[in-house]
Design a protein around this ligand. Sequence first.
Ligand SMILES: *Cc1c(COP(=O)(O)O)cnc(C)c1O
Length: 226
Amino acid sequence: MVYSNNYQKIQKGVQRAAAKRGISPQDITLVAISKNVAVKSIQNAYELGINNFGENRVQEALPKIKALPAGIRWHFVGHLQTNKVKFVLPSFSLIHSLDRYRLAQVLQEEGAKRDQKVDVLLQVNIAGEKSKHGFQQAEVQDVLQEVSTYSHLRVRGLMTIAPFVPNPEEVRPYFRTLYRLFKSINIPEVEMKYLSMGMTNDYEVAIEEGSNMIRLGTALFGDRDQ
Ligand SMILES: *Cc1c(COP(=O)(O)O)cnc(C)c1O
């Protein structure tokens, strides 16, 4: 399957939203979410010039990473079990889903063992949904203060998964709130560089509200059968 049409559509969408916000499309990083997608399809997407891919399950991801070019930047976007951390650190460049203290501690311990600084985004449950992982908005400042003292953990920004709604306009206020929080953080050792928000359904709205990292699966690869 050739994804160039999908990719062109995405590029147009990114351009449109970036123009509305008055920024360059180059300022937006596309992370292609390749969960449930075969190696061959990921290779196709890579050949279109996409260099950032995201996976949400360790067992599925590791053989795929092995089979694909070493230059790819891999993002971990799923709920990460602490016993899987040691498999994730060597293979992934950025973990989007730091969603609890215990995980921060284990990432710190494993990072120290490997003498590796672990780049993470703090996952925020921006709508306070029971079904979703992540810190509550009100906790973020304290969590960042605490983990900023961890020698082998490097916070690079925030991530959220918005509620799934048919009309993305409904989640615009959540994106706006998270952007404000993102801009308000002022802690030495904590770099607010990436704001990872926006998926297939809502990425244009997310960019309009300040996202600079979007995570797209369906828009690029089509529907996942599962
Ligand atoms: C699956 C997934 C995505 C991509 O979802 P689409 O709606 O297919 O674009 C993005 N982020 C996370 C955390 C995911 O699990």
